[in-house]
Design a protein around this ligand. Structure first.
Ligand code: PEP
Ligand code: MG
Length: 734
């Protein structure tokens, strides 16, 4: 595998060697392509012109059967088998017996490895074992991308998989073309084989010891020590880790010549396949525990480097789902787009994609089974359409759409220095949501008036360890310097939920969005909050400082957070350090209960910012990150708008500055609805500023207010359609 030559030459050589070693006349390697096609990629013994020409569907013929069942097949008289499918171009009519094993990796069948003999041969257990072992090595070569890249390079249109068009939900706008990179959460194994079994067994033993220590430490942590679900999971882990059967099978694999990590992985594949057959929920859960344990053990054994994946230029990242931290692992600028089987509009990965200006489409059903690393992809994240392996005509049309979008963006850019004022003279303040240092550049590009929400957790998520006060202060000072005389609102750490820090683990929670997150963590870990406030005070020097506390559910939490701020101010004064000229304190309104405490809340704060992403998920009891619920409840439901109207009315009466900083503020139709409710400050991702400003400048607010007031009584689940109609009839650009 590691020898010289092209991937095709190596594959051919592997086929020849296997045939020779197993005394077979034929050895063929089939690789699974998009659309569940098994293509003959190399052969010793069959006709060479069948290579890349012979194709079977998964489930078709004996080869397809092996792939569909993910099980080996060994037949002395294969032609007598009802599933035998004869392919004349291969010249296989001369062969009687057949043995095939699946090429499996990560629970997915990637291909089939077959040998055939002329005589009626009864293949033994040991021979099946040898072929399976070889298939496992081949699997590494397939996931490594070599083999399929080879196919993409040789792509002559005839053998390529067919073009496909998939529809999903646009989550972050943009149009782009590039090359697919399938994201896999796998531990990369570089050394598969070893000729020193004793050494490998010792390595497993040491890794397992380290794992035991890790598990015991986890079990001793206070949040886990009480009996509960986490404890159960960890205990299950320990049970597996102590399981002699497991260890015996790992040792057996080492005995076959595998390295420690390859042996662990092999047993993992085996277990996966066996458990997948037993179709009970309990076993499936156990399997998940087991996978996690195996991955932990693998990470002990290899220097795990998730980023080792080779990025093609123009990479379009393809995945089932993606967490925000995983997205942040990629250098800014390297990803052209992200396309997902799952994904939802208000999940943090989506927000991060918007912040990074990366087009994103979610809910693309069946995506992963239709695409391979190296495929050409067109991404239309305006309409939520993906074209896989497009033909010339589709590409030509797409280029026209790209040019049209370029013109539209240019038109938005030309609005940069024009005021955001409605036709009837209401001044609207458009602000940016930021979290990456590079975001401050968007202030100039978009003409936004300041940063309405700085998500401070994002820089924390990009680090390996907790940043000390000096590091944080330097970072905030950079932000302050970059924004110049424009205002910036720093939101204190909002971690938990789907935003995890690698170095702060609170243990798994059943309902993390409603769990230990944001200010709740900060109040339980006051030192962490104080360090952050100290860094903000230091960075601000004598300027104004605006601090916003997230996920406040009751006034007493604000009071407690405020006390920490006061302590830090007193400390700075006591030490004779510079303190901000003025401090503004605000809270996010994300928890509905807070809206029932305005009488006590509003007099205590300088500003309020509606986090509609969380607020709406709590109003509808609908997880913002759950792809199954995507699109079920609209932010433009009368229920939400009536709620938002009460907030706007109260803030107007009390003179409290009010902003919306959830994702709805950047959607021109939703932003229009907010103006109709009396909101005049909107904070959004950079991509939203141009379109929202175009909407504001073309809107007669008075006309909208009357029209929308009637709609607020509607029993419809959403008034989006009506608002679109209004915009169309009144020439509002949305
Ligand atoms: C929100 O909840 O609307 C919000 C702006 O905060 P985040 O999206 O970071 O949770
Ligand atoms: Mg929030």
């Amino acid at each position: 595998m590691a020898g010289p030559g092209t991937a095709q030459e190596r594959l051919d050589l592997i086929a020849t060697l296997i045939a020779r070693e197993l005394v077979a006349e034929v050895c063929s390697i089939y690789v699974r392509r998009a659309g569940d096609v098994l293509e003959l990629f190399a052969t010793e013994g069959l006709r060479t012109d069948a290579v890349h020409a012979t194709r079977l569907m998964v489930g078709e013929g004996l080869v397809g059967f092996v792939a569909a069942q993910a099980m080996p097949v060994a037949l002395a008289d294969a032609q007598a088998h009802p599933l035998f499918a004869y392919r004349p171009e291969t010249g296989e009519e001369r062969y009687s017996s057949l043995m095939g094993v699946p090429i499996v990796r990560g629970g997915r069948v990637l291909g089939v490895l077959v040998i055939q003999n002329q005589t009626q041969r009864n293949y033994g257990e040991e021979e099946i074992e040898i072929l399976e072992t070889t298939a496992m090595v081949l699997a590494e070569m397939v996931v490594g991308g070599d083999i399929l890249n080879l196919d993409a390079a040789r792509n002559d249109g005839e053998t390529a998989a067919l073009p496909q068009r998939l529809e999903g939900v646009p989550l972050s706008p943009g149009l782009t073309m590039g090359v697919a990179l399938v994201h896999r959460r796998r531990v990369a194994i570089e050394r598969m084989l070893s000729d020193d079994p004793e050494l490998e067994k010792e390595r497993v033993r040491l890794a397992l010891d380290a794992l035991h220590i890790q598990l015991d430490e986890a079990l001793e942590r206070p949040e886990i020590s009480a009996a509960g679900e986490h404890r159960d999971v960890l205990e299950t882990f320990r049970m597996f880790a102590d399981d002699r059967g497991w260890m015996r099978r790992i040792h057996e694999a080492i005995g076959l010549g595998f390295s420690a990590e390859a042996a662990v992985q092999r047993v993992q594949e085996d277990t996966r396949m066996r458990m997948a057959q037993a179709n009970t929920a309990l076993l499936r859960e156990r399997l998940l525990d087991f996978e996690e344990l195996t991955n932990r053990l693998l990470r002990q054994l290899v220097d795990d480097d998730d980023d080792a994946m080779q990025l093609p230029e123009n990479a379009i990242l393809v995945a089932r789902s993606l967490g925000p931290a995983e997205l942040l692992n990629y250098e800014p600028g390297v990803l052209r787009a992200v396309i997902l089987e799952e994904g939802s509009a208000n999940a943090h990965a989506t927000i991060v994609a918007r912040a990074m200006g990366i087009p994103l489409i979610g809910r693309l059903n069946g995506l992963l089974s239709r695409i391979e690393t190296g495929d050409e992809v067109l991404v239309d994240a305006e309409n939520g359409v993906v074209y896989l392996r497009p033909g010339d005509e589709v590409t030509a049309n797409f280029e026209l759409a790209l040019a049209a979008r370029g013109e539209r963006l240019e038109a938005y850019r030309s609005l940069r220095d024009s005021p955001a004022v409605t036709q009837d003279g209401t001044q609207i303040t458009l602000l940016l949501n930021a979290g990456l240092l590079a975001d401050t550049n968007h202030l100039k590009e978009t003409g936004a008036e300041g940063i309405g929400l700085y998500r401070t957790e994002i820089p924390f998520m990009m680090r390996e360890s907790y940043p000390d006060v000096a590091t944080q202060a330097a970072f905030y000072a950079r932000v302050i310097e970059d924004v110049g005389d424009k205002p910036v609102v720093f939101r204190t750490l909002d971690i938990g939920g789907d935003k995890a820090l690698p170095y702060l683990q609170g243990g798994a929670e059943e309902n993390p969005a409603m769990g230990w997150r944001a200010t709740r963590i900060a109040l339980d870990r006051p030192a962490m909050m104080r360090h952050q406030l100290r860094a903000l005070i230091t960075a601000c020097r004598e300027r104004e400082l605006s601090v916003m506390f997230p996920m406040i559910a009751q006034v007493s939490e604000l009071d407690a957070a405020r006390r920490l701020l006061d302590m830090e101010l007193e400390r700075a004064v006591g030490l004779g350090l510079a303190v901000p000229a003025h401090i503004r304190v605000g809270v996010m309104l994300e928890v509905p209960a807070l809206a029932m405490q305005f009488e006590n809340l509003l007099p205590r704060i300088d500003f309020l910012s509606v986090g509609s992403n969380d607020l709406v998920q709590f109003l509808f009891a609908s997880d913002r990150g759950n792809p199954r619920l995507e699109g079920r409840y609209d932010v433009l439901a009368p229920a939400v708008l009536n709620f938002l109207k009460k907030i706007a009315d109260s803030c107007r009466d009390s003179g409290t500055q009010l902003t919306v900083c959830g994702e709805m503020a950047g959607d021109p139709v939703a932003a229009m609805a907010l103006l109709g409710l009396g909101y005049e400050r909107l904070s959004m991702s950079a991509v939203g500023v141009g379109p929202v400003k175009a909407m504001v400048r073309s809107l007669s607010l008075n006309d909208l207010v009357g029209y929308q007031a009637r709609l607020l009584h509607s029993s419809a689940p959403s008034i989006r359609r009506h608002l679109r109609g209004f915009a169309r009839d009144h020439g509002v650009e949305v």
